[in-house]
Design a protein around this ligand. Structure first.
Ligand SMILES: NC(=O)c1ccc[n+]([C@@H]2O[C@H](COP(=O)([O-])OP(=O)(O)OC[C@H]3O[C@@H](n4cnc5c(N)ncnc54)[C@H](OP(=O)(O)O)[C@@H]3O)[C@@H](O)[C@H]2O)c1
Length: 272
């Protein structure tokens, strides 16, 4: 089905079959935590589909590097600092995007932190506050800020980044896993209300993707091989495995999908 509505062509140099989702030309896409890993791959995929992407993270040096990298790929990009846990930063991100890019069509809420590893009963009030503020509340509060701007454009698309841990808590990562389950609920809670103004809300739940954030899960061969046993596709994920799915969810090819979470795990069985 997907193949019928997308254009396939051969990459002239690599000779690889590539898929081009319907154009996002003229769209403005905010991707949070987008100077590395999955966020950067999402910005690349959206940018290659023609969107103007707004990248951000906590450190200016990381923002500058990501902007240069995307510009070198001929992607239209604007960069700014935004720690999503900070109200002022969230507001600045939205205001700057509207002023400099003329509106907002897409929000990919990708930022997450995990300041705790251990038995869940040893996690503190401060750990829960930090994890829920950054991983869950900021996703909701950013959505609340972008909705009026999407309404002005006649609709839009929001994508949250959850995790396989949202379906089956990873041992030692209890509070983080619970925050990722909350995003599955947030997706479903927002979708019916926002459908009335033509805004779709979806979510992706990556498996183990090789990034700095997940390095504790793959740096040791012993731990990585335990994860590989759970996979049908016997390799760890790459950020671009997720970026393309995010771009698809933001495209018109996904115009009848809302309130959905797509698991992108290499075949890990995911159920709540
Ligand atoms: N990697 C995996 O296996 C995996 C699996 C499932 C889900 N996920 C989810 O995927 C998302 C991205 O993770 P990743 O693996 O791609 O991480 P990553 O490669 O380590 O990149 C993290 C990015 O987030 C930025 N960042 C960190 N804290 C931030 C904050 N408070 N506000 C704004 N930006 C912030 C970092 O830049 P600065 O340091 O400059 O802020 C960096 O650009 C997260 O939601 C994570 O839970 C990852």
């Amino acid at each position: 089905m997907l193949r019928a509505v997308t254009k396939c062509f051969l990459h002239p140099v690599a000779g690889r079959r590539m898929m081009s989702y319907s154009s996002l030309s003229g769209k403005v896409a905010i991707v949070t935590a987008s100077t590395d890993g999955i966020g950067l791959a999402a910005a690349q995929a959206l940018g290659r589909s023609g969107a103007h992407v707004v990248v951000s993270s906590r450190r200016q040096a990381n923002v500058d590097k990501a902007v240069s990298q995307l510009r070198a790929e001929n992607i239209q990009v604007t960069g700014t600092i935004c720690n999503v846990g900070n109200k002022e930063d969230r507001e600045k991100l939205i205001n700057m995007t509207v002023e400099q890019c003329g509106g907002i069509d897409i929000l990919v809420s990708n930022a997450a932190v995990n300041p705790f590893f251990g038995n869940i009963l040893e996690s503190t009030d401060a750990v829960w506050t930090k994890i829920l503020d950054v991983n869950v509340k900021s996703s909701f509060l950013l959505t609340k800020l972008v909705v009026p701007h999407m309404e002005k454009r006649g609709g839009g698309s929001v994508v949250f980044v959850s995790s396989v841990a949202g379906y089956q808590p990873i041992p030692g990562l209890g509070p983080y896993s619970v925050s990722k389950t909350a995003l599955l609920g947030l997706t479903r809670a927002l979708a019916p209300e926002l459908a009335q103004t033509n805004i779709r809300v979806n979510c992706v739940a990556p498996g183990v993707i090789k990034t700095r954030f997940s390095s504790a899960l793959w740096q040791s061969e012993e731990v990585a091989s335990e994860f590989l046993k759970m996979l049908s596709i016997k390799r760890l994920g790459k950020p671009e495995d997720i970026g393309g799915v995010i771009a698809f969810l933001c495209s018109d090819d996904a115009s009848y999908i809302t309130g959905e979470t797509i698991t992108v795990t290499g075949g890990i069985n995911c159920r709540l």
